[in-house]
Design a protein around this ligand. Sequence first.
Ligand code: GLU
Length: 280
Amino acid sequence: MYRTRFAPSPTGPLHLGHAYSAILAHDRAQAAGGAFLVRIEDTDRARCRPAWEAAILDDLAWLGLRWEIPVRRQSDHLADYAAALDRLIAMGLCYPCRCTRAEIAAAAAAPQEGAAAPVYPGTCRGRPMADRAPGDAIRLDLARALARAGPLDLVETGPAHAGVHRLDPARMLAAQGDIVLSRRDIGPAYHLNVVVDDARQAITEVVRGEDLFAATFLHRLLQALLGLPVPVWHHHRLIRDAAGKRLAKRDDARALAKYRAEGATPADIRRMLGLAQPRG
Ligand code: GLU
């Protein structure tokens, strides 16, 4: 059965970009006679707030979306992510890293334009896990992990990249490098948590924004290493502001709550986003 999810982090209000993602996922599930789920990605305790979680769920219900209960909250499942991390460590694919952001930026080659963070230059690669000190991050030795997994494909159903994609080690090493699996501050991090959750929630198609397309190659790799089921992916266009910039949670001007307060209806929101009105 088709199952998809919307996975917000409760770090701010839902804006139009999130509404697009949530409605699209919901409508694809409905069209397939499947299930739509919501997952709260709240492992970053310093940035997440219960009040934002409540506001996000309220906005989603107002949009007319219904989802499977209970909602999965990442902070309730930390042991799952720790177990997945331990498996990768036991496979000899991880190393502890004590580098600070500033050190990484200084040691890395000039970051590519638009890249969120410089690719890690590998300073700590080869440090044994036994050397792990409190406060160390844990990184994946990407070259080793790719070699271990062998050739992998993923299937994309979204409009921009529809088709089958073979993972390209050279490209992934250049673009992403040795990603952080566990952060020094919050422990197991996004890439690891998302593959564990998608497996636990039996997701068959991941619907999310185009900005996460590159991360999908890492997710496919982690699924192979952890022996997890493999969904297909559907990356959608990003909703941009008038200046063409991607909306972020801090852009409160586009918060759904603002449109609600101004009297917009869910049908207005769908119209603004170019989405069909619900059936029935
Ligand atoms: N929590 C992520 C975000 O807010 C979404 C992750 C995903 O859909 O895989 O962008």
